[in-house]
Write a new protein. Structure first.
Length: 121
C-alpha cells in the first residue's frame, strides 16, 4: 500500500471527488465541456496532489503540494457557486453537502500542511 492511501485527508478527497462527479454529471449538456469538465478536473486534482506530495523528498515540497490541493478545492467551490447562480442543479442538497465537505476537506488539508511545516522548523 502506498503512503497516501493511508492518509485520512486522501480518503476525504476521494469522497469529495465522488460528490463533485455526481454534481458534474447532472449538469446540462451545454456545460459538459465547461463547468462539468472543470469541476471534475479540479476535484481530481485534490487527490492527485495529495498523492504526489506524499512521495516528496522534503516536507516543504509536500506542503507545497498540499497548498495546490487546497487551491483545487477552492476552485471546485467556485464552480459550485456558478452552478448554483445559473440554477443548473435542482438538487440543492447536493451543492450544500458538497460545500460542507469542501470546508471539512480544506480544514484537514490546512491542518496537515501546518503540521508538516512545523516539522521543518
Amino acid at each position: 500500500m502506498h503512503k497516501f492511501e493511508n492518509l485520512e485527508v486522501w480518503k476525504l478527497a476521494i469522497e469529495y471527488i465522488d460528490m463533485c462527479y455526481t454534481i458534474a454529471d447532472r449538469l446540462p449538456d451545454s456545460e459538459r465541456f465547461n463547468l462539468s469538465s472543470q469541476l471534475k478536473r479540479a476535484s481530481t486534482s485534490v487527490a492527485l496532489n495529495i498523492a504526489e506530495g506524499s512521495t516528496s523528498q522534503t516536507n516543504p515540497e509536500q506542503a507545497r503540494f498540499l497548498s495546490i490541493a487546497i487551491r483545487s478545492v477552492i476552485e471546485t467551490v467556485a464552480c459550485q457557486n456558478l452552478i448554483e447562480r445559473r440554477n443548473y442543479l435542482k438538487e440543492h442538497a447536493l451543492l450544500s453537502d458538497a460545500y460542507q465537505a469542501s470546508e471539512k476537506l480544506v480544514a484537514k488539508l490546512q491542518a496537515f500542511r501546518t503540521a508538516i511545516i512545523h516539522k521543518t522548523r
